[in-house]
Ligand binder design. Structure first.
Ligand code: FES
Length: 235
């Protein structure tokens, strides 16, 4: 059974601040921000950059190698070039001690295992990712991790997700999404479809995932959210 392990004293890490610890042969970055502690794998999922050496910006940590950013609260990707979350762990404070609970394998390990085997294994791998209720909002939120590699905006804010359909199946939720591309010849299409499938497969409680590409109605710029417009400098 995994248990909470004493890692540091509260006073060891300034607020805001971070420090790298070795725990069970794993390097963990412990963050202290606004009175709370958070723990991530010291590994950028883009190309193994040491996150503990990156710059802490509020609740974001920037990889020192190519600048990908992760949310320190749950390990999700905030900006490219990383596209997959890094491992995130439960942290508890007892008196002056900070304790971390290692899950049975981090998210990064689960992704690595899954890439070596089949796509189905991604959906069932035990990971350190936090449980998300399977709702349409949860699915759309998760899909914000998928970034268009040419526009650097996530596919939800770009307005590429047309429909999200959930169906109960043997205690799990099957997910069907219909998505489009900004143009029929979009070269990033196959990558966006696969990344969407991977992200949805990692949500706890999700069963089968189907991602359907539809070209009608055609995408138009007015489908973008205000956030996407801001990022692209369109007013
Ligand atoms: S290794 Fe972190 S952004 Fe490339």
């Amino acid at each position: 059974m995994t248990e909470f392990n004493r890692v540091a004293k509260v006073s060891d890490i300034p607020d805001p601040g971070k420090r790298v610890y070795e725990l069970d042969e794993r390097l963990i970055v412990l963050f202290h921000v606004a009175g709370q502690f958070y723990a991530l794998d010291d590994v950028c999922t883009h190309d193994d950059g040491p996150l503990g050496e990156g710059e802490l910006q509020g609740y974001a940590i920037a990889c020192p190698r190519h600048g990908a950013k992760f949310d320190i609260r749950d390990g999700r990707v905030l900006s490219m070039p990383a596209t997959q979350p890094t491992g995130s762990y439960e942290v508890r404070v007892e008196g002056d001690d900070v304790l971390v609970k290692l899950a049975n394998g981090s998210v990064a390990e689960a992704i690595g295992d899954a890439e070596q085997s089949s796509a189905e294994q991604i959906g069932t791998a035990e990971t350190g990712v936090k449980t998300m209720a399977v709702t349409e909002d949860g699915v759309r939120e998760a899909l914000k991790q998928v970034i268009d590699p040419e526009l650097f905006v996530n596919i939800v804010d770009l307005g590429l997700i047309y429909t999200v359909t959930l169906a109960e199946n043997d205690g799990k939720s099957d997910v069907l999404i219909e998505m489009t591309m900004t143009s029929p010849a979009c070269p990033a299409g196959p990558q966006l479809l696969q990344n969407s499938k991977d992200v949805l497969g990692r949500i706890e409680g999700v069963g089968q995932v189907e991602v359907k590409l539809v070209m009608t109605p055609p995408w138009t710029p007015d489908r973008m959210t205000e956030d996407a417009r801001d990022q692209l400098g369109i007013f």
